[in-house]
Design a binder for this molecule. Structure first.
Ligand code: ATP
Ligand code: MG
Length: 136
């Protein structure tokens, strides 16, 4: 909040209704822009979405934790200004169950919640590398 975004960053934050691929240098503000984009979507006045209706995936656990932390902080910052906004208050609760996770964890979540549909043994688990070597 309060950051002066560049025109390119603002475009990424505000574009809606199409797929976007953003490629930018290390430390150039990708996470900042994605965080702001998400916060604007959940605090949109005409069409606000709930944070737990979004899927935010990263490659590493560390990146997912950083994302959740930054979105959480941005919501808290907005709440300091719009404290009486009930939708925003709800988001600071919903964020704890939001799908802000690694691709691996998300895939596991999908399989775990649908194992019956694909005829998978509910006791399934991911093998570790040693086991995989033996199996091969
Ligand atoms: N327009 C801007 N004005 C001032 N500071 C900015 C701006 N954009 C980003 N920053 C700051 O730059 C720093 C790096 O931003 P951020 O972590 O979002 O980059 P990143 O591209 O995600 O980095 P990485 O490649 O390491 O993941 C942060 O402190 C962020 O607040
Ligand atoms: Mg980043």
């Amino acid at each position: 909040m309060g950051m002066e975004y560049t025109p390119e960053q603002r475009k990424v934050i505000e574009e809606r209704g199409k797929n976007l691929l953003v490629s930018a240098a290390a430390g150039s503000g990708k996470t900042a822009v994605l965080t702001e984009r998400i916060v604007q979507m959940i605090s949109d006045e005409t069409n606000p979405v709930d944070i737990d209706r979004l899927l935010v995936v990263t490659f590493t656990n560390a990146a997912a934790a950083e994302m959740r932390e930054r979105i959480g902080r941005a919501i808290e910052a907005r709440l300091e200004i719009y404290g009486e906004n009930e939708h925003l208050q709800k988001q600071s609760t919903l964020i704890h169950n939001a799908q802000i996770t690694t691709i691996d964890s998300f895939c596991m979540y999908v399989i775990r919640n649908n194992f019956n549909e694909i005829g998978l043994d509910p006791g399934f688990r991911v093998a570790d590398e040693g086991e995989l070597k033996l199996l091969k």
